[in-house]
Every structure is written in structure tokens, then in C-alpha cells.
Design a protein around this ligand. Structure first.
Ligand code: DCP
Ligand code: MG
Length: 421
């Protein structure tokens, strides 16, 4: 339970003042530049006199409010770039891009990630590296060093596990957890700050944390004010927190679905929550029901156990290819590499996803699921060829990628991302 002695009801305070009050009342250690929004007790508030966002405390809000488990979503900030900057401290505060070689603006691969300073130039993950180079030629461009990130990821996941009664790693740099010793939302705050502090102390990189009554709310909250953000959303404030956010903040709603919803006049999560679920089902089938649940801040499936649930590789060709056989060979080679990784760990899979980017940058993905788990390399190659046959209909190909997912792993095994890289 938090008490801010001396703050009168509705006094307007800045985040730094709040931090000072909080520091005084709880003696917590704050990570440098950390930001905390107490959605439960604060309303964003702006005045003409104070252009900086300010907050007003609503007295009587219950930080002890609790119904059901409290989830944390922890996501590293600009993960690969942060690790590289840690390794080269002189790069701190500078635009750093991790990805393919820009080759003086002629490079053909993509940006894996970049520092927040590079993002201010408009650079982002997945962007062609040549475009990034045009936006900021003076950034530092670094190649991907997967074994290093994998090792840092493993250390961080072990640290998160130590703070948790349950912990689900969902990608190389993010995990959901149910933290130990957190019985109410007041208790969540110092634990979240301790995790942020410990990650900086152990690995020299920052993370953002979202706290909420479901995984979807925690996930949206962790992205709410990256980097080094901490956003706590209680059950009672969930609807108010989600309502103004664009529908694209819901995991799984990408540009295509968002555009379809926009045509129907649905742009915010609040509008989606108010939408008739029958109507959504007519438009999107079962996904319509799921997205409605998510818009209400409710999870649609139980948490998945184990480590990362997919493994993928892709290759950008030195020149766009119009030879089908060459594209097929590249794709089946990638499938072979992935199969070796899985076979070495006795993992079987069900789903194969093909990604193809054409010369004009149109990118498509097509998936095939086997009726049962398989580890048959012949069946995999056949599936890859079948998927390719359906999409290679003319234009030259710039990139091809294969991803295997839906693993049949023994959940008693403690799989980590490192097992798959
Ligand atoms: N990644 C990648 N290609 C992409 C997206 C991500 O190689 N298209 C890699 C690099 C990222 C890492 O995965 O560092 C984690 O992905 P995130 O989406 O969490 O992005 P970041 O951690 O880089 O940034 P953020 O601070 O937005 O979480
Ligand atoms: Mg991240």
C-alpha cells in the first residue's frame, strides 16, 4: 500500500516530484532515467503553464486492489543495440544500427534493431539497411552477433526466473512472469523496480516493464513508455488505460487488420471493446472473438510453457533472383539448417512458415501445418517446395525465409532461447 504523505489531493506534480515523494516514502532505488507511471493513482494532466506532462493524484484509489494473479511483462530496450553499446561504451547516446552491412548505401539486408537515438532519424527494425543509411549515414552500423545476445538473454532469463513463481520466455528479449511475493499492486512497484535495477547491474542494459491483471495488459503496458519505462495498470483502471490506445497496440493486430478495422470506423481499443462481438466474428471469424477479448484486457489462451516457440532463418540474395530453382535451393537449405537444430534437441514441429520478399518489397508469408508433430526432413522439404510453388508466380525474389514452430517439446525440460540459436 502506498502513501504519499504531504501530497494534498489533486496537487499537480511533475514526474520528478512524484519520484522524490516516492523515494522519500519507500526508500527505493531508482534506475537512472527510469520513468514510472502509476496508472492506478494518476491521471495524465497537462496545463498551459506546464508543457511537460504532469499528473494529478486521485486520492482513494486502491493500490491494494487485486483480483487474480498479477502479471509482469519484461522487454529489453533496443536489445541487440543495447548489448553492443554495453560492449562499446563510447557509443552510448549515439545512433547505433545493428543489422546487415550497409555497404555505403548499397547493402541489401535489413535493420535488426537500432538505438533510440537512431530511431529519432526514422530508422526501425525490418527497414532495408540502404534506407537506414540514407536516413543517417553517420550512425554506427554493426553486424548481428547472435551468440553474444543469446548469452545475455540466457543470463537475463535466469535472473527473471529468480524473481518469479512462474516465468514464460516468449522471445529472445521478453518474458512474462508472475513475480514472487507480490500480493497487490502496491507490492508490484518495488519488485518491478528491483528487477529493472538488477538487469542494469548484471547485464548493463535497461528494460521496460508492464504490470497488469492479464498478460495482454502487461504487454501493452511494457511498451507504453519505452525505454526504461514502468507502467502499472490495476484491474479497475484497465478499461481506461486501454480505451484511447490504437488497435495496433493489441498483439496480433498488424497493419492489415488495423486497416480493415479502420474502414469500419474502429481505431481505438475502446471502440473495439464496444463493438458487437457477433459483428467482429462475421468479419474476422474466430480471430474476431479473440481480438474482442484482448480489447477487454483478457487473455485468449493459457500461458505457454518452456522457451521460444519458433525458430527461423532468412536470407537476402545478393541480387534479386528470377530462377525458381535457386530460390527453392536457398529455402530448402534454410529448412535443412533449422531441422538440424531441432533434431539435435529431439524437438519435433508441426508448422512451417515461408516468407518471400519480392523485388518490389512486397512481402508475403504462407504457413503449412502438419496434422501431427514431425521430425521428418523429407516431409519438411516437401512442404517448403509446396509453399514455394504457390507463391513463385513471376516477380523476382529478394529474400526468402523459413520458420518452424509449434514444437512438441517435453515441458519438463528447461528450454531456453540459447537452446535454439
Ligand atoms: N529483431 C530482429 N528483427 C526484427 C525485430 C527484432 O532481428 N524485425 C531482434 C532485434 C531486437 C530483438 O529482436 O533487438 C528484440 O526485438 P524487440 O521487438 O523487442 O525490439 P528491441 O528490443 O530492439 O526494441 P524495443 O526497445 O522496442 O523492445
Ligand atoms: Mg525489446
Amino acid at each position: 500500500m502506498f502513501d504519499y504523505p504531504g501530497i494534498p489531493d489533486h496537487q499537480i506534480i511533475t514526474p520528478s516530484l512524484l519520484r522524490a515523494y516516492h523515494h522519500r516514502s519507500t526508500n527505493n532505488t531508482f534506475i537512472p532515467n527510469g520513468k514510472t507511471i502509476y496508472v492506478a493513482v494518476l491521471l495524465r494532466y497537462s496545463t498551459r503553464e506546464s508543457p511537460e506532462p504532469t499528473f494529478t493524484i486521485r486520492k482513494g484509489t486502491h493500490m491494494t486492489e487485486q483480483s487474480g494473479p498479477i502479471f509482469f511483462h519484461v522487454d529489453m530496450d533496443s536489445f541487440y543495440a543495447s548489448v553492443e553499446i554495453r560492449e562499446r561504451p563510447l557509443l552510448a547516446g549515439k545512433p547505433v544500427v545493428v543489422g546487415a552491412d550497409p555497404e555505403g548505401g548499397q547493402g541489401r539486408g535489413v535493420v535488426s534493431t537500432c538505438s533510440y537515438e537512431a530511431r529519432s532519424f526514422g530508422i526501425h527494425s525490418g527497414m532495408p539497411i540502404s534506407q537506414a543509411y540514407r536516413l543517417c549515414p553517420y550512425a554506427t552500423y554493426l553486424p548481428v552477433r547472435m551468440p553474444l545476445y543469446s548469452q545475455v538473454s540466457g543470463n537475463i532469463m535466469a535472473l527473471l526466473n529468480r524473481h518469479s513463481t512462474e516465468c514464460w520466455q516468449v522471445s529472445i528479449d521478453e518474458a512474462y512472469l508472475v513475480p514472487s511475493g507480490v500480493d497487490d499492486y502496491g507490492a508490484a512497484l518495488p519488485v518491478a523496480e528491483k528487477i529493472q535495477h538488477d538487469v542494469v547491474a548484471a547485464e548493463g542494459i535497461t528494460c521496460s516493464i508492464g504490470v497488469g491483471p492479464s498478460r495482454v495488459v502487461a504487454k501493452i503496458a511494457s511498451g507504453y513508455q519505452k525505454p526504461a519505462g514502468l507502467t502499472i495498470v490495476t484491474p479497475g483502471e484497465t478499461a481506461r488505460f486501454l480505451a484511447p490506445l490504437p488497435v495496433g497496440k493489441i498483439p496480433g493486430i498488424g497493419g492489415k487488420t488495423a486497416a480493415e478495422l479502420q474502414i469500419a470506423g474502429i481505431e481505438t481499443i475502446g471502440q473495439l471493446a464496444e463493438c458487437d462481438v457477433q459483428q467482429l466474428m462475421e468479419w474476422f471469424g474466430r480471430w474476431g472473438i479473440a481480438m474482442h477479448e484482448l480489447s477487454l484486457g483478457r487473455d485468449i489462451r493459457p500461458p505457454r510453457q518452456g522457451g521460444q516457440k519458433s525458430l527461423g532463418r532468412e536470407v537476402t540474395f545478393a541480387e534479386d533472383l528470377d530462377d525458381r530453382e535457386q530460390v527453392c535451393t536457398a529455402a530448402t537449405d534454410l529448412a535443412g539448417i533449422l531441422h538440424e537444430h531441432l533434431a539435435a534437441r529431439s524437438l519435433r514441429f508441426r508448422t512451417v512458415t515461408l516468407k518471400v520478399r519480392f523485388a518490389n518489397f512486397r512481402t508475403i508469408t504462407r504457413a503449412f501445418s502438419f496434422p501431427r508433430f514431425t521430425d521428418d526432413p523429407g516431409a519438411l522439404q516437401q512442404a517448403v517446395r509446396m509453399l514455394l510453388d504457390a507463391v513463385l508466380t513471376g516477380p523476382k525474389v529478394r529474400l526468402v525465409g523459413i520458420r518452424l514452430s509449434a514444437f512438441d517439446c517435453d515441458e519438463s525440460r528447461q528450454t531456453t532461447i540459447g537452446d535454439y540459436l
